[in-house]
Design a protein around this ligand. Structure first.
Ligand SMILES: Nc1nc2c(ncn2[C@@H]2O[C@H](COP(=O)(O)OP(=O)(O)OP(=O)(O)O)[C@@H](O)[C@H]2O)c(=O)[nH]1
Ligand SMILES: [Mg+2]
Length: 299
């Protein structure tokens, strides 16, 4: 049985940084990790990727050949990947024996709550390769600083959960920056639990700009509350405790802890007994070399 994570979320929410930090953390606790970049718009990758969609299809080629913008280009690339799923299957097969998989997906959100290609790719892989995957949906914690944006984050999370039909964990990323956005209207628990949204509506009513959308906001909040599916956990990718807590949640959701591969407790003890140093911004040697060449050229 092969376990892994499907890392998704809006542009800039921290997916690529997460894959880098998470792969280093998992390696430290003794897992063999493969990061699979399925975002053709990711140019400078901070992690060493085992499989790169760029080897199948390039976003710039698609945009030039089909006169598409970046959004249309990404939809095309996902459709292309779905049609060429055997390419990805063949690349993944050698990893199945002992690797934990991290899939870095594009940040174009409609691919995950509207279009079917990304979902079909994930479902086909699960069936063909017997994978156990959890969707890790990153949302920038900055959205908590504005009630309207927070409602949109809830709605996006709910639609993505319903569309993908995977074990799913919503994460407020970059939580280390939350204090820099000013005082929140409610305690952080309010935003992570997403329980009683009437307080939020009341708060929105205070703002004259939001008042005219009052009925719409109420209806949206009712939908979110009626499903009662969305909550969030928090993450600071630089903090080992924060990453460790998230790993434990993910292990429960995709069944890793029940698979008896290695007891999670044993794995975590490896990290507890020694100081941990990982650089989540780390760039692979080739990128550093390319950068230093560039500097030399500039000199
Ligand atoms: N302070 C802080 N910054 C973070 C964290 N995670 C990511 N970032 C920063 O957020 C920015 C965007 O991160 P990326 O990893 O490129 O985000 P992404 O979701 O992959 O972006 P796209 O691929 O463009 O959709 C970068 O400058 C990261 O350094 C975090 O936990 N804390
Ligand atoms: Mg990225």
């Amino acid at each position: 049985m092969v376990f892994g994570q499907v890392v998704i979320g809006p542009p800039g929410s921290g997916k690529t940084t997460y894959c880098n930090g998470m792969s280093q953390f998992l390696k430290l606790i003794g897992r063999k990790v493969a990061v699979i970049n399925l975002d053709p718009a990711n140019d400078a990758l901070p992690y060493e990727c085992t499989i790169n969609i760029e080897d199948l299809v390039k976003l710039s080629d698609v945009m030039n050949e089909h006169s598409l913008g970046p959004n249309g280009g990404l939809v095309y690339c996902m459709d292309y990947l779905e049609k060429n799923i055997d390419w990805l299957q063949a690349k993944l097969e050698p990893l199945l024996k002992d690797h934990y998989l991290l899939f870095d997906f594009p940040g174009q959100v409609e691919l995950f709550f509207l279009h079917s290609s990304a979902k079909n790719v994930i479902m086909r892989l699960i069936k063909l390769l017997n994978l156990r995957l959890t969707a890790v949906h990153l949302v920038d914690a900055h959205l908590c600083s504005d009630p309207g944006k927070y409602v949109s984050a809830l709605l996006l999370s709910l639609s993505t959960m319903l569309h993908l039909e995977l074990p799913h964990i919503n994460v407020l990323s970059k939580i280390d920056l939350i204090e820099s956005y000013g005082r929140l209207a409610f305690n952080l628990d309010f935003y992570t639990d997403a329980q009683d949204l009437s307080y939020l509506q009341h708060h929105l009513d205070q703002d004259s700009r939001s008042a005219k959308y009052r009925k719409l906001t109420k209806e949206l909040c009712d939908v979110i509350e009626n499903f009662s599916l969305v909550n969030f956990t928090t993450l600071d990718i630089q903090d080992k405790e924060s990453v460790g807590n998230l790993v434990k949640l993910i292990d429960k959701s995709n069944g890793y802890i029940f698979a008896g591969i290695e007891a999670s407790a044993v794995e975590f003890s490896k990290i507890a007994i020694r100081p941990v140093d990982w650089d989540y911004y780390r760039y692979p040697c080739s990128v550093l070399l390319a950068c230093s060449d560039f500097v030399i050229l500039l000199i």
